[in-house]
Design a binder for this molecule. Sequence first.
Ligand code: HEC
Ligand code: HEC
Length: 422
Amino acid sequence: MHTHVSVRPDFFVGRFLTNFSFPSIFLSARFLSLCASMFLCFLTACGGGGTGAGNDAVSAEKPMSAAAMVGEKIFKDVSLSASGKQSCASCHNPDTAHAPANNLSVQLGGAKLDIPGFRATPSLRYLNLTPTFFFSDDGTPTGGFTHDGRAASLAIQAERPFFAPHEMANKDKADVVSKLARAAYVADFKKAFGDAILEQPETAFSRIQYALQQYQLEDDEFHSYDSKYDQFLAGKVKLSDAEMRGLALFNRKDKGNCAACHPSAKGSQGESPLFTDFTYDNLGVPRNFKIPATANGDYFDMGLCGPDRHDLADRLDLCGKFKVPTLRNVATRKVFFHNGQFSSLEEALRFYVRRDTNPEEWYPKNADGSIKQFNDIPLALIGNVNTKEAPYNRQRGMAAALSDEEIKDVIQFLGTLTDGYH
Ligand code: HEC
Ligand code: HEC
C-alpha cells in the first residue's frame, strides 16, 4: 500500500527540463577518470547518489509521492490514446516484467491498433539507475533511454509514445490533456500539480511526463531486487548445480564472456548487479523480415546513428550499435534483441555462439550461394559488427564457445534473474 505524500506544485518548475533524474556526479568527467573501470564507477556513484535502491535484497516499500501515484493511473489509462484502447501498460505489461505479453517482434498502435512499430518493446525494469547518455573518457557511448539512448531521462522519454503514429497516436499535447481532463482521477492530478494546471496544456503535459517518470522511479515493482539470484547473493538460498554451472559459463572470459557487457557481480560497496554496463554494441543480429519496414531494401535501423536518433548521424563508426539491455527478467521475454528477431532464449544464445562458426544457420544466401552475413547493416558498415570479443570471435569450422549442453546451463542461470522469487 502506498501512502499519500503531497508535493508542492512549484517544486518541479525549475527542475523539469534539467538533468533532475540523476545525480550530477555521473556527468563529471573528473569523477569518471578516477574510476578504475566503468562498471565500478557506476556502482560507486550510485552508492553515493542516495537512492540506495540496489543495496537491499528486498527493500521495504516506501511511500510514493502524489505525482508518482497519479503517474501510475496515467500509465494504465487506455483513454489517453487515439484508439481509446492502448496505454503504456499495454506494451509495458506489469505482469510480464513491464514488457509485452505477446510474442510480436514489434507492437501495433494507432487509432485502429493496426500500425506496426519498428523496434521490440523493452522491459521497463531496472531503468532507475540508467545515466543520461554520455561518452566516457575513452569515447565509449554510455547510458540514455530507448535502444539508441536518445532520451535523456524517463520524463523526456515519456513524450513520444503519446504521439507516435504507431503507438498512442494523439494529435498534440492539448489533445492528451483534454482526454486527461475527462479521466476519473483528474482530481488527483490537480491535487498533485495545482487546481489551475489543466488551463495550461503545455505545462500540464510536462507534469504528465514527470508523473510517469516518478511512478517508474518510486514504485519498487520496477526494481524489486528479489530474484533468486539476489537472494543467492544475499546468502539466503542456494543455486542448483545447473544454475551454478551456468553462472560460471556466463562469467568465464573463454566461454560465454557475458559478464563483460552484462556484469553479474556485486559492486565494491555491495550494490546489486544490473546485468548491463549501459554501453552499446553491434552484434550483427539478422534482419527481421517480420518487421514491415524491412520490405524497403534501403531501410536500416542503425541505432546510435539513426534513423530515430539524429545527433550522431555522421558518426558512421557507431552505426548498428544498440544499448546493452539488463538481463534481469530476460527469461520472461517473448522476443529478443532490438528488432525482436528471436523468440526464445535458446535461439538467442545459439546465435551468440554460432553466428561465426555456422553463419548459414542465421543469414540468407546471396544469388551465387554465398552467405549474406550481417545482412541488417549496409555493406560499407559491416566492419562495425563486433567480431573481436568472445563469444563472437570465432571462425567457420571452429567449435562454438558454448555447447548445446552449456547453453542449457546458462539458460538455467538466466532463469534465476526473474523478479519475485519465493
Ligand atoms: C505500442 C507500444 C508502446 C507503447 C504504447 C508505449 N511504449 Fe514505451 N517503448 C516501446 C518501444 C518499441 C520502445 C523502444 C523504443 C526505441 O528504442 O526507439 C519503448 C521504450 C520505452 C522506454 C525506454 C526503455 C529503455 O530501455 O531505455 C521507456 C522508459 C518507455 N518506453 C516508457 C513508456 C511510457 C511511459 C509509455 C506511455 C506514455 C509507453 N512507453 C508507451 C513501445 C511502447
Ligand atoms: C560485447 C558486449 C556483449 C557481450 C559479451 C554479451 N552481450 Fe548480450 N547483449 C549485448 C547487446 C549490445 C545487446 C543488445 C543488442 C541488440 O539489441 O541488437 C545484448 C542483448 C542480449 C540479449 C537480449 C535481451 C533482450 O532484452 O532482448 C540476451 C538474452 C543477451 N544479450 C544475453 C547474453 C549472454 C547470455 C551473453 C554471453 C553468452 C551475452 N549476452 C554476451 C552485448 C553483449
